[in-house]
Design a protein around this ligand. Structure first.
Ligand code: PHE
Length: 357
């Protein structure tokens, strides 16, 4: 009995001053497989029933108290480590952030946010689709069946054929998002779809991966005047000027009828292109009234509904607005370029804030 009390006192004293390593050693020597208390418990098996009745509770009590003391000490040590870290790793959040740690927003992301803010204000939702697209959505449902000559104009990147012979592709424009939207939503539809597109093409104004922003409006009485007004209002807001000149040239896209190329008035007399003034024109993208056959292929009744769509080059708009000369520099991941042309993370574009400020 006195041995037990002594063992307990000794153990408790050592536990109270143990560090983590010593504590683990103590746990093994007391409670481990061959530990002192484990041995005591084992000895119960060889005792007479009376003796066991007497010693059993004593041994078990001892084991419980020691286990508890070890757990308590362990928690205490962990708390201490945490408190030390809290004391040494203090951060003064009021200090300015060092330049090296600050991220920068790419002009494409900034322009994308600007465009989204403008269209959101006009009641448009943002729709999305994947970069890897079905041939059916990129072409066939847009009234470009297999063997149609318009397919050749798209310089498509194809993926390996599927088991059934069909081939996925990198979408050549954001127009398949029109298809995806119409397949799952009945009119009225008002969406924009900004995103990446891919074509086998590369020079100062073409990159094999580029960005477009698609717009689609379908309702019962949507007409060309609405299309023209929308593009004009958008350009005024985006370029932050009140006098834009727009020009619509007849064009051809299989998925719109009539189809028009959209140009914006600009001045090229200096070294820079200036939007708004001047007598020159710059192409922004394609547009038109959605072809009734496309509506039909996408499950929308062309007798009841009509609408328009357009697709503008987003990188080109960023180049124009922020005077960036070469589109390829957008995708070279050169930090010096990004620091020069990029935006501060908290410069979130908004119409109230004057967009680019
Ligand atoms: N998808 C066409 C292109 O990339 C642009 C476009 C979009 C034309 C919508 C008409 C309507 O060239």
């Amino acid at each position: 009995m006195t041995d037990l009390i002594q063992l307990e006192r000794q153990l408790l004293a050592r536990i109270a001053s143990a560090d983590e390593r010593a504590l683990e050693e103590l746990r093994v020597t007391a409670l481990g497989k061959k530990g002192a208390i484990t041995e005591l418990l084992k000895s119960l098996g060889t005792m007479s029933p009376e003796e066991r009745k007497d010693k059993g509770p004593q041994f078990n009590g001892l084991r419980d108290r020691i286990a508890e003391a070890i757990a308590a000490r362990k928690a205490q040590l962990e708390d201490r480590v945490l408190n030390e870290r809290l004391a040494t790793e203090r951060v003064d959040v009021t200090l300015p952030v060092a330049d090296v740690e600050r991220g920068i927003i790419h002009p494409v992301s900034q322009v994308l946010d600007e465009i989204t803010a403008i269209f959101a204000d006009l009641g448009f939702a943002v729709a999305e689709g994947p970069d890897i697209e079905y041939d059916d959505y990129n072409f066939t449902k847009l009234n470009i069946p297999p063997e149609h000559p318009a397919r050749q104009m798209h310089d498509t990147f194809y993926l390996k054929p599927q088991a059934d012979g069909s081939r996925h592709l990198l979408r050549t424009h954001t127009s398949p998002v029109q298809v995806r939207t119409m397949l799952k939503q009945q009119p009225p539809i008002r969406i924009i779809a900004p995103g990446r597109s891919y074509r086998h093409d590369s020079d100062a104004t073409h990159s094999p991966m580029f960005h477009q922003v698609e717009a689609l409006v379908i309702d019962e009485e949507t007409h060309l005047g609405n299309l023209r007004w929308l593009i004009e209002e958008f350009c005024k807001a985006f370029f932050e000027i009140s006098n834009v000149r727009m020009r619509f040239r007849p064009s051809y896209f299989p998925f719109t009828e009539p189809s028009m190329e959209v140009d914006i008035g600009c001045d090229r007399s200096g070294n820079r292109i200036k939007i708004g003034d001047g007598n020159d024109w710059l192409e922004l993208g394609g547009s038109g009234m959605v072809h009734p056959h496309v509506l039909e292929l996408c499950g929308i009744d062309p007798k009841r509904y009509q609408g328009f769509a357009f697709g503008l080059g987003l990188d080109r708009m960023a180049m124009l607005k922020y005077a960036i000369p070469d589109i390829r520099s957008f995708f070279e991941s050169d930090l010096r370029w990004l620091r020069h042309y990029g935006f501060m993370p908290l410069d979130i574009p908004s119409l109230e804030g004057g967009l680019s400020r």
